[in-house]
Design a protein around this ligand. Structure first.
Ligand SMILES: O=c1ccn([C@@H]2O[C@H](COP(=O)(O)O)[C@@H](O)[C@H]2O)c(=O)[nH]1
Length: 268
């Protein structure tokens, strides 16, 4: 089954478009996680136990796992999420020349979808695009303040760079496995992109800690009801840093996921 069909099923089954970001910043883990061999994995396992019923997908960001213990934690985390029947989008933002990209694409042996960087063009994404059963989210209009520096530049054709990226991603979607990353902090671009590429599902980060527009994220992020609205820190660290020292971090994350799922559902 193709990724977006599986995602559609999951969204319907859980009545949720919430994507829970698994970004276990070692500096923010509750102190008692230090007693575990792999603190990030121990933390994620509890987060998944507490949030999976509300999650349409999980999105670990590779940046939080790029060391030997980190990769072990990531592999365990992705397998555990799959054990709960939740699809995994690996936020790796990869792409490279062909033989290197082919190695990167092996990441998809363990994940259901991946984020990729379009800067190097079609051939740098071929090893990802050519796997019809896995999803490929192309960075289009990112949520960070500097996202405008390059992505908003106007081309000689009159279109903005992010609009050209969307048009290319639409062309590259010959296997029906392509989506776009569009930040909730850019609601106008979300709206115009939805009009431009009505069939591409969006992965929308920036809700929660980045203060993005949750209503616009839902209104414009979904294509035929399919898409993902992500929150990472706002969920996984909801109970960390308070007076309890993070003892109840998992139940706080579960509550935060339930609240955000319900809020997003009000706009569907
Ligand atoms: O444009 C983008 C692309 C990716 N991200 C990633 O999403 C999460 C957001 O985390 P929050 O804690 O909910 O802010 C994180 O992994 C980013 O690297 C993004 O924010 N914007």
């Amino acid at each position: 089954m193709q990724f977006f069909e599986r995602l559609d099923e999951r969204i319907r089954e859980r009545d949720s478009v919430l994507c829970v970001g698994l970004d276990p910043d070692p500096d923010r883990l509750p102190d008692h996680m230090a007693e575990y061999d792999l603190p990030r994995w121990a933390f994620n396992r509890r987060i998944i136990d507490a949030t999976h019923e509300h999650a349409a997908a999980y999105k670990p960001n590779a940046a939080f796992y790029e060391d030997p213990d980190g990769w072990r934690a990531l592999v365990e985390t992705m397998a555990y999420a799959h054990g709960k029947d939740v699809p995994v989008v690996l936020d790796a933002k990869r792409a490279d020349i062909g033989n290197t990209a082919r190695q990167y694409a092996k990441l998809l042996d363990r994940a259901d979808a991946i984020t990729v960087n379009p800067y190097m063009g079609r051939d740098s994404l071929e090893p990802f695009l050519s796997k019809p059963e896995t999803g490929v989210f192309v960075l289009c209009r990112t949520s960070n303040p500097g996202g405008a520096d390059l992505q908003d530049l106007e081309l000689a054709s009159g279109e903005a760079v992010y609009e050209r990226v969307a048009a290319l991603a639409d062309l590259w979607n010959t296997n029906g496995n392509v989506g776009l990353v569009v930040g909730a902090t850019a609601p106008e671009e979300l709206e115009s992109l939805r009009e431009q590429v009505p069939d591409l599902p969006f992965l929308v980060p920036g809700v929660g800690s980045q203060g993005g527009d949750a209503e616009a994220a839902v209104e414009f992020g979904l294509a035929g009801g399919v898409g993902l609205i992500n929150s990472s820190r706002g969920i996984i660290f909801a109970g960390v840093g308070g007076p309890e020292g993070g003892e109840n971090f998992a139940s706080a994350a579960g509550e935060a996921a339930k609240r955000l799922k319900r809020r997003l559902n009000r706009y569907r």
